[in-house]
Design a binder for this molecule. Structure first.
Ligand code: ABU
Length: 815
C-alpha cells in the first residue's frame, strides 16, 4: 500500500468521471503530482448509474466543442491507456416534429460540420430505412449524427484513472475530504479523514455534493454553489428477439434515438432498449428541510416512480411499437445534479483564489472528457482553448438562492430538449432582482427579460399585443415585438428614448497606486480626470477577456463599469490585479442607470438638470436631475446623442418619471441590440470573447504598445501584429429572410466555411439585416461577397467598410 501523500500540486475532491478526467488531463499537461480524493469508490455518486450516452449535439458552440472532444478522446482512450472499454459509436437520430425543430437541427448541423462532425439531415423515409422499427408518418425530418453513441461510465472512469495513475497521479479512495484551509500565501491544506494534504490548488468535483464542499470555501470569499438535485429515471426493457436479429444482421446497434419534442432518449441496450424520459412533472430531491441530503448516498438509488413517466413511455411505444412487446426489466432512478441553466460549472471558483470547480453535470459522461481538458487548461495555462463562458462558474452571481436553483432546475429538467428561441424568456424564478423603477417599467408595458438576475424590459408592448410565451416560439424576427422594436428604434433615431438598465456592473477602484495598477492591467490608456474611456483586458495570449468603461474621478479614483453578466468575472479580475492599498468595491446593487439617447436628449435633459450639457463626448460630471443627485456620462451605446444617468436607487424613480414626463419614449434591450449592431459596437461574450485576440477583433486602437507598463497579452499581441492576424472582425449586410443571423452562424465562400457570425439583428435605422462576425483576414475587404448560413438557409452577405453602418463619421453622437 502506497504512503498517504501530504503534498500535491492539485487536490481534486470527487472521484466521478469528471474528477478522473481532470486528473488525467492534468497529467497529460505534465502535472503528474496531483491527488484525487474519493469518499467511497470511484463513480459512487452519479457516474455509476449514468445512462452512458455520448452525444455531440448542442446549439452551444462551447458545449459542442467539449462533447466532440469527448467522443474523440473516448475513441482512442482504451488503447492509449491499455484499458479496453465498451464504447459503441452507433450514431443517433433526432426526430423533428415541426419546422422550428428542423431549423434548430439545421443550425446544429452547420455548427457540427464546422467542427468536423459529419452530421446529416435525413428525410423520415431515410430514417426508417436505417431504423426499421420507427414510426415516421408524423415527422418533419431527422438529424443524423454518426459520432453519437454510448459508453460504459464505470469503465470510462477506470480508464481515465488508470491513465492518470500510470503517469504518476494518486487516487485515494474511501477517503472523505472534511474541509479546507487557505494560507496567507494562497496555498491550501485539504483535510481528510486520513490526514492533511498541502497543495497549491483545489478542485471541487464533488458532483451532487458540490454544494456541501463549496461551503468550505466561504471563509475565503466563496459563495453557495448554485445547484440542486433531480431524480432521473431510465428503464431497461427485457431482450427483444427482433432487436437481436437486427443487430446480428447489421453488425451493430440501432442508432440512439431522441424524440426531443416528446422529451426522451431511447437507445439499444444489449438486445433491448434503454428509455430515458425528461418528464415535465419531474421531481427534485433533497430540496427541503424534511428531505435533507444524506451524509452518504454512495451507490444508492431511489425507488422507481413510473407514474411520472407513463405518458412518455406510452408515446415511445407508439414511436417504436416493438418496445411494447417487451416487459420492463429494471428501472434506474438516481440523483443527477442540476445548475439553474442545466449546464455544468467548470472553471475558476468565484471569489476564491487558487480554487477551481468542475461539477453539477447533467450530461457528465458526454461532457466528462472535454471537461477534464478544460479544467486542466484553466489550472495549468490560466486560459482555455475555446471560450468556455457557457459553463464558467462566474456566470452566476448573488441571485441564485436555493429557491431559484430549485425552480430553475425543475424547469430545465422538464424542458431538457426544448428549443431556446431568441425572443423567449423562461418563466420560472423571476423577479429576483428588481430595478427601483421596475413597477413603472411594467406599467409602461415592459415585457421583461433577465440579465444576471435583473429584470429589464426587452420591449414595450401596447394594449392588445400578444405577450404570451407561445408567441415567442419562433427563430424569426416577426412577432408581436417587431413593430414595437421598430418604433422604439425610430424614437431613438428621431427624438429621444430612455432605457432603464439595472444591474450595470460597477466597481469603485480606489487608493494610492490604482492608476499605475490599471495601466499594467488594461491594454490601452486611461482617461484623464473628468473623462471616461473604453478599456480592454487581454489574457496572456492577447485574447479578449473583457471590456469596461473606465470613468476617472481622481488621480487614483476610478469607477469601472461593465456588462451585467460580467459582474463576478470582472470583479475577480480587478481584485486579483490590484495591489494592497487599492480597494475594489462592488457597488452594482446600490445604483441604477438610465440610457437617455436620441437627437432630442439634450433638449429633454436641459429642462431637468443643472449639468453642463455642452461638455463633449466621453466626459462625465456630477449634477442633479429632477432635483436628485446623479452622475451624467456623455456616451451612447445606441450611437446617438445621449447620456447615461447614474444614480443611487432611491433617487432614480423621480429622475425616471421626470425624463418620461419630458417626452422621452421608453425603449428596451431588443432595440438597444439592434441600435448597437448598426454602429458595430461589440457585445461581451458574443463579439468579444477569448476565442479572438484584440487585433482580430479590430481593437488595435485600444492597445498602447508604446506605454512603459507591461500588461497581460502585450508580447503576444506584438508578435501577432508582426506576423499578421488570421481572422478579422467585419460588419456584413445580409440578405436574410425572416431570421437574422444568430451567434455562430457559418459564413461561406463557395463551398468553404470562412468564418462565423458573432451577433446579428435587423437594423431599423439602416433597414437591413446586419451581422457582425469574424472571417479569414484576406477576405475582410469591403464588397467581398459571402453567404451566411441562417438556420439552414444560405443568405447572400456583403462585407462592409471598416466603419459603422449608421452615422459612419459619428456626427450624431458628437452633436
Ligand atoms: N444522461 C443524459 C443523456 C441524455 C441524452 O443522451 O440526450
Amino acid at each position: 500500500m502506497s504512503e498517504f501523500p501530504t503534498k500535491a500540486r492539485v487536490v481534486i475532491i470527487g472521484g466521478g468521471v469528471v474528477g478522473a478526467s481532470s486528473l488525467y488531463h492534468l497529467a497529460k499537461k505534465g502535472w503528474t503530482d496531483c491527488v484525487l480524493l474519493e469518499k467511497n469508490e470511484l463513480t459512487a455518486g452519479s457516474t455509476w448509474h449514468a445512462a452512458g450516452n455520448v452525444p455531440t449535439f448542442s446549439t452551444s458552440w462551447a458545449i459542442m466543442n467539449m462533447q466532440r472532444y469527448s467522443t474523440e478522446l473516448y475513441s482512442r482512450l482504451g488503447e492509449e491507456v491499455d484499458y479496453p472499454m465498451n464504447y459503441h459509436v452507433s450514431g443517433s437520430i433526432r426526430l423533428a416534429h415541426s419546422k422550428e425543430r428542423m431549423q434548430e437541427f439545421q443550425r446544429a448541423m452547420s455548427m457540427g460540420r464546422y467542427q468536423g462532425i459529419p452530421m446529416e439531415m435525413w428525410t423520415p423515409e431515410q430514417a426508417k430505412e436505417r431504423y426499421p422499427f420507427l414510426e415516421t408518418h408524423d415527422l418533419e425530418g431527422v438529424l443524423y449524427d454518426p459520432t453519437d453513441g454510448d459508453i460504459d461510465p464505470a469503465q470510462l472512469t477506470q480508464a481515465l484513472a488508470k491513465g492518470a495513475r500510470d503517469m504518476g497521479q494518486k487516487i485515494i479512495r474511501f477517503c472523505p475530504a472534511t474541509g479546507v484551509t487557505q494560507h496567507d500565501d494562497g496555498t491550501w491544506t485539504v483535510h481528510t479523514e486520513k490526514g492533511d494534504i498541502d497543495c497549491d490548488y483545489v478542485v471541487n468535483a464533488a458532483g451532487y455534493y458540490a454544494q456541501r464542499v463549496g461551503e468550505w470555501f466561504k471563509p475565503y470569499g466563496g459563495r453557495t454553489v448554485p445547484a440542486m438535485v433531480m431524480s432521473h429515471q431510465y428503464l431497461l426493457t427485457d431482450e427483444i428477439p427482433e432487436v437481436e436479429a437486427w443487430s446480428k444482421e447489421n453488425g451493430g446497434k440501432l442508432p440512439l434515438l431522441r424524440d426531443v419534442d416528446i422529451s426522451y432518449y431511447l437507445r439499444q441496450e444489449k438486445h433491448g432498449f434503454n428509455l430515458g424520459p425528461y418528464e415535465p412533472n419531474c421531481k427534485g430531491h433533497w430540496m427541503t428541510e424534511d428531505d435533507p441530503m444524506p451524509e452518504d448516498f454512495s451507490f444508492q438509488l431511489w425507488n422507481d416512480d413510473l407514474d411520472r413517466i407513463e405518458d412518455i413511455v406510452t408515446d415511445a411505444m407508439e414511436r417504436v411499437p416493438l418496445m411494447a412487446t417487451s416487459g420492463v426489466g429494471r428501472v434506474i432512478n438516481g440523483p443527477i445534479p442540476y445548475a439553474p441553466d442545466g449546464l455544468p460549472l467548470i472553471g475558476p471558483m468565484p471569489g476564491v483564489k487558487n480554487a477551481f470547480e468542475a461539477h453539477t453535470f447533467t450530461f457528465g459522461i458526454a461532457q466528462g472528457g472535454g471537461a477534464g481538458k478544460v479544467l486542466a487548461e484553466w489550472i495549468v495555462d490560466g486560459a482555455t482553448e475555446w471560450d468556455m463562458w457557457a459553463v464558467d462558474p462566474r456566470r452566476y452571481t448573488d441571485y441564485t438562492d436555493q429557491d431559484y436553483c430549485n425552480q430553475k432546475g425543475m424547469e430545465v429538467y422538464g424542458n431538457e430538449y426544448a428549443m431556446h428561441f431568441p425572443h423567449h424568456e423562461w418563466p420560472a424564478a423571476r423577479d429576483k432582482k428588481l430595478s427601483p423603477v421596475h413597477a413603472k417599467v411594467k406599467e409602461l408595458g415592459g415585457v421583461m427579460g433577465v440579465y444576471n438576475g435583473w429584470e429589464r424590459a426587452n420591449w414595450f408592448a401596447q394594449p392588445g399585443d400578444d405577450t404570451s410565451e407561445e408567441s415567442a416560439h419562433t427563430w424569426g424576427r416577426s412577432g408581436p415585438w417587431e413593430q414595437r422594436i421598430k418604433e422604439e428604434c425610430e424614437a431613438v433615431r428621431d427624438h429621444c428614448g430612455v432605457l432603464d438598465l439595472p444591474g450595470f456592473s460597477r466597481f469603485v477602484v480606489k487608493g494610492e497606486g490604482a492608476a499605475e495598477a490599471l495601466r499594467g492591467l488594461v491594454t490601452g490608456g486611461l482617461p484623464k480626470v473628468g473623462r471616461i474611456n473604453l478599456v480592454y483586458i487581454a489574457d496572456h495570449r492577447g485574447r479578449i477577456l473583457t471590456e469596461m468603461s473606465c470613468m476617472r474621478l481622481g488621480e487614483d479614483d476610478f469607477v469601472m463599469i461593465t456588462a451585467a453578466t460580467a459582474q463576478w468575472h470582472d470583479r475577480d479580475i480587478l481584485r486579483n490585479a490590484m495591489p494592497a492599498g487599492v480597494t475594489v468595491e462592488d457597488v452594482t446593487t446600490t445604483r441604477d442607470t438610465l440610457i437617455v439617447t436620441g437627437p432630442k436628449s439634450r433638449e429633454i435633459l436641459s429642462g431637468l438638470t443643472d449639468a453642463d450639457l455642452s461638455l463633449g463626448w466621453l466626459t462625465h460630471q456630477a449634477a442633479t436631475v429632477a432635483g436628485q443627485p446623479a452622475h451624467l456620462i456623455r456616451v451612447s451605446f445606441a450611437g446617438e446623442l445621449g447620456w447615461e444617468v447614474h444614480a443611487l436607487n432611491e433617487h432614480m424613480p423621480a429622475i425616471y418619471d421626470a425624463i418620461l414626463a419630458a417626452g422621452a419614449k421608453p425603449f428596451g434591450m431588443y432595440a438597444l441590440n439592434s441600435l448597437r449592431i448598426e454602429k458595430g459596437y461589440r457585445a461581451w461574450k458574443g463579439d468579444l470573447s477569448t476565442d479572438y485576440s484584440l487585433l482580430e477583433g479590430g481593437l488595435e486602437r485600444f492597445v498602447k504598445f508604446d506605454k512603459p507598463q507591461d500588461f497581460p497579452g502585450k508580447a503576444a499581441l506584438l508578435a501577432e501584429k508582426q506576423r499578421g492576424v488570421k481572422k478579422s472582425f467585419v460588419t456584413l449586410v445580409v440578405e436574410a429572410g425572416d431570421c437574422d443571423a444568430p451567434y455562430m452562424s457559418c459564413i461561406w465562400q463557395g463551398d468553404q466555411i470562412v468564418g462565423e457570425t458573432t451577433s446579428g439583428a435587423w437594423g431599423y435605422r439602416v433597414g437591413k439585416s446586419v451581422a457582425l462576425g469574424m472571417i479569414k483576414a484576406d477576405l475582410a475587404n469591403p464588397g467581398t461577397e459571402l453567404e451566411v448560413e441562417i438556420y439552414g438557409e444560405k443568405c447572400r452577405a456583403v462585407v462592409q467598410e471598416d466603419q459603422p453602418l449608421w452615422d459612419p463619421a459619428n456626427e450624431r453622437l458628437r452633436a
